[in-house]
Design a protein around this ligand. Structure first.
Ligand code: SAM
Ligand code: SF4
Length: 335
């Protein structure tokens, strides 16, 4: 770190940057995208070199964890070059963790290389263990490819945490099975409540919303979950499953407010910085980035943005509103 740490108006230090490197994806998960999506024109997207510059500017100001996400980060062309370049911050000791959230479709191809660039843990999204149901949730996903990708990650020595979005009437009957399956494979697991982000076509979130209190009640019928104090630096609350010995986490943005300890900001692939996942306010970093080869303007814009980080968010899934409370898709801001 060469500059001052990034401290927001509420005294929280921002040391975690999530970067959506593309808005494109090879899946069309029903809760995330509609089948017909209009993606951003190329000129608006930061090049891999520009993404490296922004990430490195944040690292110079004390960011110690970088997560690349999307869309599907591993479908961006030449994405391995960004991992390779960013890994220099791991080597220098300025960065603690370089990681990725992925649907695993490309992991067979890339797991080994990722491990070589210092990626030790990854998050993989998986919402069903049944091939047919998996196909109906992801629309375009290939279950076997995902399973092969997970094996490749294991073989490369990468730790995997499965993220499972709890969907009412869709995967609620698999909740207990997920814990056993993850235990068998040595994966940690986090359940996520569906968030009202972006227009997704026909279905409404009210239909999909399954509070994690109900997930937890279901799990308690089969598994012994002991709450632990562990934090991965994120909003999940963790338990240990006594029978499998693996962690089971719960991310409940709808029912539990985790904003007090928020240490993160999110960059989109167009260089827009969102200081809060649940708010519309954002800062344009692409203009200062492209205005100069030096980073002064960029760093000023980052400081100005962190000075506006809001105290918290207010998601609502409401039967009367029937509209997403945040209009952009999760694939834009990154999960
Ligand atoms: N494509 C990658 C993947 O699926 O892991 C990374 C991007 S995806 C947008 C990141 C995470 O956001 C995934 O775990 C996904 O399940 C979650 N997600 C997407 N839309 C969501 C929503 N409306 N509510 C809750 N989680 C959502
Ligand atoms: Fe793609 Fe991930 Fe969204 Fe699914 S959740 S459509 S894999 S970006």
């Amino acid at each position: 770190m060469t500059g001052e740490p990034l401290i927001d108006p509420f005294g929280r230090e921002v040391n975690y940057l999530r970067v959506s490197v593309t808005d494109r994806c090879d899946f069309r998960c029903v809760y995330c995208m509609s089948e017909e999506m209009t993606f951003l024109p190329k000129a608006e997207i930061l090049s891999l070199e520009e993404l490296d510059r922004v990430c490195s500017a944040f690292v110079s100001r004390g960011v110690r964890k970088l997560r690349l996400t999307g869309g599907e980060p591993l479908v961006r062309r030449n994405i391995m070059s960004l991992f390779r370049n960013l890994s220099r911050h791991l080597d220098s000791g300025d960065l603690d963790e370089l990681t990725v959230t992925t649907n695993a479709s490309q992991l067979s191809k890339y797991a080994k290389e990722l491990a070589g660039y210092g990626v030790r843990r990854i998050n993989v999204s998986l919402d069903s263990l049944l091939p047919e149901k998996f196909a109906s949730i992801t629309r375009w996903g290939k279950f076997d490819k995902v399973m092969a990708g997970l094996e490749a990650a294991k073989d490369a020595g990468i730790e995997v945490k499965i993220n499972c979005v709890a969907l009412k009437g869709v995967n609620d009957d698999e909740i207990c099975e997920f814990v056993g399956w993850c235990g068998k494979h040595g994966f940690d697991l986090t359940f996520i409540e569906v968030m009202p982000m972006g227009d997704i076509g026909g279905e409404t979130r009210v239909d999909q919303y399954l509070p994690l209190s109900m997930v937890r009640a279901t799990l308690n019928e089969k598994w012994t979950l002991d709450d632990i104090d562990y934090s991965s630096g994120g909003p999940a609350r963790y338990s240990i499953c006594k029978e499998t010995g693996r962690k089971v986490g719960f991310i409940t943005p709808m029912t539990h407010n985790f904003c007090e300890s928020c240490n993160r900001v999110r960059l989109t692939c167009t260089g827009t910085l969102y200081m809060c996942l649940g708010q519309e306010d954002a800062a344009d970093l692409r203009t200062p980035l492209r205005m100069s080869d030096q980073d002064d303007l960029l760093l000023d814009a980052i400081d100005e943005a962190i000075g506006r980080k809001p105290k918290g968010h207010d998601f609502i899934i409401d039967r009367r509103r029937q509209r997403p409370s945040v209009s952009r898709h999760m694939s834009v801001t990154g999960g």
